[in-house]
Design a protein around this ligand. Structure first.
Ligand SMILES: Cc1cc2nc3c(=O)[nH]c(=O)nc-3n(C[C@H](O)[C@H](O)[C@H](O)COP(=O)(O)OP(=O)(O)OC[C@H]3O[C@@H](n4cnc5c(N)ncnc54)[C@H](O)[C@@H]3O)c2cc1C
Length: 339
């Protein structure tokens, strides 16, 4: 019989990240489908609050200590390896966040196991675990199973509802991991992160707002209006709490010495060589809607675009609604209406 171990780092405040709670739902679904044992593996400075929050899922194995508080390959991999061994796990499931994604492949190698990353669904079929994941930037979807154990699986965010069971008294087993000097050679000096308002990539937002190169191009009056474009875009993002995406042309402009919107980086780029966001709604503005861009919209369910050109790519069946209009005028009015 399979023993499924859900693994997660515990945040400084003792909680589990939303992505981890989603991966826990995936692990629980699989365990129920297979009739398998589910265990929880936690690591961090103090895991007690998180252990209580997930107590109803199964026995909790814990690696605790200051050394495991921060994201660091050596200590994270040692903790994950020890947890997998302590639980005798045959399938190890975790979120595909940056911390676990960095450490778990090494753990799979140490355990002589296998790993599949960025899985979007896990199910039991004919008594076997089956995972679903995309290939070729999600152009193809495959369902696969493996005979090799242990099998590590990381689950993408947004695919499962976050686990929300009642807290309880966890049955906790402490797992000891000796911390050597070599393991703590890497130290975290500081965390530099933009404030929530400056952070314009918001995976949890309901809506994606995409800015295209048109925002920085000469307009009907023969002049470019880049500062106003920036104000309109940031104004809308602030009011609608939307996430910001961009076309490749717009983020590439900085390199060409053209006027740029200073808050855009290559991380905002949506498309074939950019991101594939998963927001419910998307609004493209001043963006032509060429295939290499729109291919990044495949998970956006409701699509609208604002473009001066009635024959732009969005009009070719790529958007549900195309407003043939000046995006400056439209967004000025939308921001007014949002108050
Ligand atoms: C291998 C390869 C990979 C690529 N990968 C990507 C990728 O990952 N992502 C990506 O985005 N692109 C990618 N591209 C580039 C892509 O093909 C397009 O060149 C790019 O998306 C165009 O960006 P754009 O629509 O912002 O700019 P443009 O094509 O310049 O379009 C600007 C649009 O703004 C409109 N406009 C101007 N002013 C206004 C106004 N006031 N109101 C309303 N509309 C206005 C214009 O009508 C025009 O349609 C890739 C290309 C290749 C070859």
């Amino acid at each position: 019989m399979e023993t499924i171990l859900f693994c997660a780092p515990v945040a400084a405040d003792g909680t589990l990240a939303k992505a981890s709670l989603e991966a826990l739902s995936a692990a629980k679904t699989l365990a129920e489908g297979l009739g398998a044992t589910l265990a929880v593996g936690l690591f961090g400075a103090d895991v007690a609050p998180a252990a209580a929050a997930v107590a109803a899922c199964g026995p909790v194995f814990a690696v605790t200590g200051e050394a495991f508080a921060v994201a660091r390959y050596a200590t994270d991999a040692a903790a994950l390896e020890a947890l997998a061994k302590a639980a005798s796990a045959t399938i190890i499931i975790a979120a595909d966040d940056s911390r676990v994604s960095r450490a778990l492949p090494g753990v799979a190698a140490r355990l002589n196991g296998r790993i599949d990353a960025h899985v979007v669904a896990i199910a039991a079929k004919d008594g076997k675990p089956l995972v679903t994941r995309g290939y070729y930037r999600q152009r193809m979807t495959a369902e696969l199973t493996r005979a090799a154990r242990p099998w590590c699986v990381t689950v993408s965010g947004g695919c499962y509802a976050a686990y929300d069971g009642a807290p309880g008294q966890a049955s906790l087993t402490d797992v000891s991991v000796p911390v050597t000097e070599a393991m703590t050679r890497t130290t975290i000096k500081a965390v530099v992160a933009p404030s929530a308002d400056e952070q314009t990539i918001r995976p949890d937002a309901k809506m994606l707002f995409v800015a295209g190169a048109g925002w920085t191009k000469k307009q009907g009056d023969g002049a470019a209006h880049v500062p106003e474009a920036g104000q309109l875009i940031l104004g809308f993002l602030g009011k609608a709490k939307a996430s910001l995406g961009s076309s490749k042309s717009l983020v590439d402009m900085g390199g060409e010495g053209e006027s740029v919107l200073p808050f855009l980086t290559h991380l905002h780029q949506v498309g074939q060589t950019g991101a594939t966001p998963r927001h419910q709604k998307g609004l493209a503005t001043c963006c032509h809607g060429e295939e290499p861009h729109v291919v990044g919209w495949r998970f956006i369910t409701e699509r609208r675009a604002v473009n001066l050109d009635a024959a732009c790519g969005w009009a070719q069946g790529k958007a549900d609604v195309l407003y043939v209009a000046d995006a400056f005028e439209v967004m000025r009015r939308v921001n007014e209406l949002l108050g």
